[in-house]
Write a protein that binds this ligand. Structure first.
Ligand code: ADP
Length: 681
């Protein structure tokens, strides 16, 4: 209680006034403890003061928050032109001065120049008391009491009034603190309430909606918008709006005060021609800027600046979280789409060896469904013991397994996946190495085959040469000629094989050069045919060649192609069927067909027949030996000419191997070439 904190001289002297003062103090206490709002309580307190001092008019002014002005909170008997809420600056007027000095005034002289506060001089005022209301030496307001009759205030009245003012000040201060605390807690509740929507929202658009909802609730507004700006261009990137058109929004965003609020992430209350708005800037940790704007009552939002600032911070964190989430989500979906798209089978298991994920390639390979397999134990879950074993083992592992139907060879790598804060799992990635393994196998087969192909003629050459050496003296000239001719044939065979291999190596290393000259095709075909048929003395070749056909090509290389195809046709067909070589011009192409009526090819071999070292695995063709080099070489030689090569073949009926070379010629001539022992038809 402030009741006795004044010096004795300041306290009332008469016991009666003491009692009155005490009674009033109790009344003020009662008023304060009732649940009425502060301004009503102050009005009642003024009533008590008027009664206590038998005054006719009075007022209570309280210091405003900033401490710069006094506002009229309660009054009685004052003229209507002085309304509640009327302000006086501290230091100005009687009340302002009393508050500033802290000294009470007892004014008897109505005409005093200083007495200009609320009472017009024209009114019959006899006396007035102006008392500072203080709490611990700090002024919080002024009590003003006036008499209009003949009675004037005494010094004893002043002392009583001071005692009352002290008491009222303490109680008003407490009530104000209480009211402020209540306001704060209701603000906090409003903040909590408004922030609720922000918590779970990770989608930016719905988050903006929540931001606008909360902002309008805090500002007591209905219309507004919330938006985020593109970090690069500064233009509105995404936004939600309510009760405002896009043009209005664009103008508001362009307003310099709004821009300032955005730049300084602060609150700006701006008066626009069609009402006032409140703009609150926000910025996320990633630097994204945004703003929410409400069409709000200025009086209300001015008190809520701190609250809106605190709310903007919450909004910024929520948008930041949503941004982070969208980055993570994007990364996750990128990763997922990569895993989905890669042709390599991938399986992920957790620390307990339960299947976490299987990509489509693995689904197909193991014939399982990712959806149904998720959560199942990997042991028995994939139907492949080796792969399952690798996934249940520990540490980094590599292995080769055969899996799938048709079976393919896979290189399998398994590693532990360490995700911070999560138990360890394992990921398995498979690489189809079937073709690599096949190529390696082809190479091995090829080396073995070439070895064989080289050795056979060499053994014959060696055998004949030795025999010749031993019997050089005794052997008849015919025997000697026969032996030397065999040696010659086999040496030529060896030479051709080696040449083929060298050609292939040159073509593959792109060192082969093409000498294109006009070539007389008829001459070339007949020369090659005549040469080739020497090894097939019983056979017949029919040449159906356009006459005077000169074609630009590399004679040696085309000759080699012809030789291979004619030799194959002779090799894979039998007497009495002839081999036909047909050469014709088709538009701008030279077309050559080598036709036999021999074994033919099974259709499954046709697509691979020109592949490197491909040999048809049929005992009937294998009997002929061979390396599988010829057709591959032919296709490469034709391709370097810019031509095409293909085969048309029916199993058991024969084959037509054809190639075409780009360019032109004229005329045709049919020639029949016979092996030395073949019968003339
Ligand atoms: P090579 O004859 O030395 O084995 P090629 O590359 O010339 O090698 O031929 C590859 C395979 O194609 C042969 O092994 C043979 O099985 C088949 N082939 C080639 N030409 C014919 C043909 N005219 N008729 C039937 N099969 C053929």
């Amino acid at each position: 209680m402030t009741l006795f904190s004044r010096p004795r001289t300041d306290l009332p002297h008469s016991p009666d006034r003491w009692r009155q003062a005490l009674e009033s103090a109790l009344k003020v206490n009662d008023i304060a403890s009732s649940a009425t709002p502060l301004h009503e309580s102050v009005q009642s307190m003024l009533g008590v003061a008027l009664e206590l001092l038998e005054a006719e008019q009075g007022s209570i002014m309280l210091l405003e928050d900033g401490g710069a002005s006094l506002a009229l909170v309660a009054s009685r008997g004052l003229p209507l032109e002085v309304p509640l809420g009327h302000r006086t600056s501290v230091g100005e007027g009687v009340s302002g001065r009393v508050l500033a000095t802290g000294k009470s005034l007892l004014l008897g002289d109505v005409d005093s120049d200083a007495f200009v506060n609320f009472v017009p001089k024209s009114r019959p005022i006899s006396s007035s008391l102006v008392i500072p209301m203080r709490i611990q030496g700090r002024g919080i307001g002024v009590l003003n009491l006036t008499m209009t009759g003949s009675r004037v205030f005494t010094d004893e009245d002043l002392r009583v009034a001071q005692l009352f003012a002290d008491q009222a000040a303490g109680i008003i201060n407490r009530a104000r603190l209480h009211e402020r605390a209540e306001q704060r807690s209701s603000d906090l509740m409003a903040l909590v309430e408004s922030s609720k929507g922000l918590l779970g929202a990770l989608d930016v658009d719905s988050l903006l909606r929540h931001i606008l909802d909360g902002g309008t609730r805090l500002a007591g507004a209905k219309d507004g918008f919330a938006c985020l700006f593109d970090p690069e261009t500064g233009a509105i990137d995404r936004g939600v709006f309510r009760g405002m058109s896009k043009t209005v929004i664009r103008d508001i965003v362009a307003d310099p005060d709004v821009q300032r609020a955005i730049d300084s992430t602060d609150v700006a209350n701006i008066d626009l021609p069609d009402g006032s708005i409140t703009a609150v800037g926000l910025r996320t940790a990633r630097g994204t800027r945004g703003v929410f704007v409400m069409r709000a009552d200025r009086g209300l939002v001015e008190d809520r600046g701190d609250l809106l600032r605190a709310y903007a911070q919450q909004c910024a964190s929520a948008v930041g979280a949503a941004e982070l989430y969208s980055v993570i989500e994007r990364k996750e979906s990128e990763l997922a789409s990569i895993i989905q798209a890669v042709p390599n089978p991938i399986v992920l298991v957790d620390a307990r060896a339960l299947i976490v994920a299987i990509n489509p390639a693995a689904e197909q390979l193991f014939q399982v469904s990712a959806m149904f397999s998720a959560g199942a134990n990997v042991v028995g879950g994939l139907g492949h013991d080796d792969v399952e074993m690798l996934l249940t083992a520990e540490g980094e592992m590599q292995s080769e397994v055969v899996a799938g139907n048709p079976p393919l060879v896979y290189k399998v790598r398994v590693t532990d996946v360490r995700v911070p804060g999560a138990p360890m799992g394992r990921v398995l990635i498979m690489d189809d190495v079937t073709s690599e393994r096949e190529i390696a196998q082809t190479h091995r087969d090829f080396v073995a085959m070439i070895g064989h192909e080289l050795r056979t003629p060499l053994t014959i050459i060696k055998g004949f040469a030795r025999t010749l050496l031993k019997r050089v003296e005794t052997a008849s000239p015919e025997d000697q000629r026969e032996a030397l001719s065999t040696i010659d044939t086999k040496a030529a065979h060896l030479e051709r094989l080696i040449e083929d291999l060298l050609y292939i190596s040159k073509i593959e290393s792109r060192e082969a050069t093409l000498r294109v000259e006009p070539v007389d095709v008829a001459t070339l075909v007949s020369a090659v045919s005549a040469d080739t048929i020497q090894d097939f003395p019983e056979r017949e070749i029919v040449l159906d060649v356009a006459d005077k056909l000169s074609w630009p090509c590399d004679e040696t290389k085309v000759g080699l192609v012809l030789r291979h195809l004619i030799e194959n046709a002779l090799k894979y067909s039998e007497n009495p069927t002839p081999v036909t070589v047909r050469v014709s011009r088709e538009e701008d192409e030279l077309r050559v067909d080598i036709i036999d009526q021999g074994l033919g090819l099974v259709s499954s071999d046709i697509p691979h027949i020109f592949e490197r070292f491909h040999q048809v695995d049929s005992s009937s063709t294998r009997e002929q030996g061979g390396t599988g080099v010829g057709l591959y070489l032919c296709s490469q030689l034709v391709k370097v000419h810019g031509g095409r090569i293909w085969v048309d073949s029916t199993w058991g009926k024969g084959s037509t191997f054809s190639f075409s070379l780009p360019s032109r010629s004229t005329g045709r001539k049919v020639v029949r070439l016979l092996g030395t022992t073949a019968q003339t038809a």
